[in-house]
Design a binder for this molecule. Structure first.
Ligand SMILES: [Zn+2]
Length: 216
């Protein structure tokens, strides 16, 4: 899943209005931010395999540290503790921990049975990705709901807060459409480079426009 994770980050703004949207996205996307780094250094493996499911040309051979349920609980606790040390333990920490773990649930719904419970453990997945229309319908509905909740939970302070937010939503939709319509990545190296750069860019962008929006 891709924009579905952003949907939960957007929606979490309502539960934790003083937390930067960038941090909420980083929590919901933590598995996918860590994953390309671990692929780059060879700790996790992915293979380009067009037709692996109808939706993705990737075979997730092994990703125990970024995508197992137990490790995501660990990462969730670590990030929640870090947020707690910086800004005090409270609702923010709980929201961050839940967002990190939510990644496993959403990926479990979409992936083939390749999502490990713990490193080396049994792998699960409901395989929504076997149907392109069902994947798009569910993910787009989640995304629309998340964007709507964020738009209702904040208001633009200036033109950046309005237009940069709208441009970000459009950009995510365009990237998603590109994933659906485009071919497989040329190489695993290209895949992790684009994933790391994309993760940094989107997180930074969300930090920018979120600072230009206020609680209503
Ligand atoms: Zn993922």
């Amino acid at each position: 899943m891709f924009i579905g994770h952003f949907a939960l980050g957007f929606a979490a703004k309502r539960a934790s209005p003083r937390t930067s949207l960038a941090l909420l996205f980083a929590a919901a996307q933590f598995a996918d931010l860590l994953w390309p780094v671990l692929v780059a250094i060879g700790l996790e493996q992915v293979r380009i395999d067009p037709g692996n499911t109808a939706f993705t040309p990737l075979e997730f051979v092994s990703y125990p540290y970024s995508h197992s349920l137990v490790m995501l609980v660990v990462w969730g606790v670590v990030l929640a503790a870090m947020a707690g040390v910086v800004s005090g333990f409270g609702r923010t920490s709980v929201v961050i921990a839940l967002l990190v773990v939510s990644h496993w649930l959403l990926d479990w719904i979409t992936h083939r049975p390749d999502m490990p419970l713990y490193p080396g453990g049994a792998r699960y997945g409901l395989g929504l990705w076997n149907s392109v229309p069902a994947t798009i319908a569910i993910e787009a509905a989640l995304f629309a709901a998340g964007v709507w909740i964020y738009a209702k939970s904040t208001r633009a302070r200036d033109a950046v807060g309005r237009w940069s937010f709208i441009a970000f939503v459009v950009a995510l939709a365009v990237i998603y459409a590109g994933n659906v319509l485009g071919g497989p990545p040329p190489s695993v190296t290209a895949l992790w480079i684009v994933a790391i750069l994309g993760g940094v860019l989107l997180t930074g962008w969300s930090f920018w426009f979120d600072r230009h929006r206020l609680e209503p």
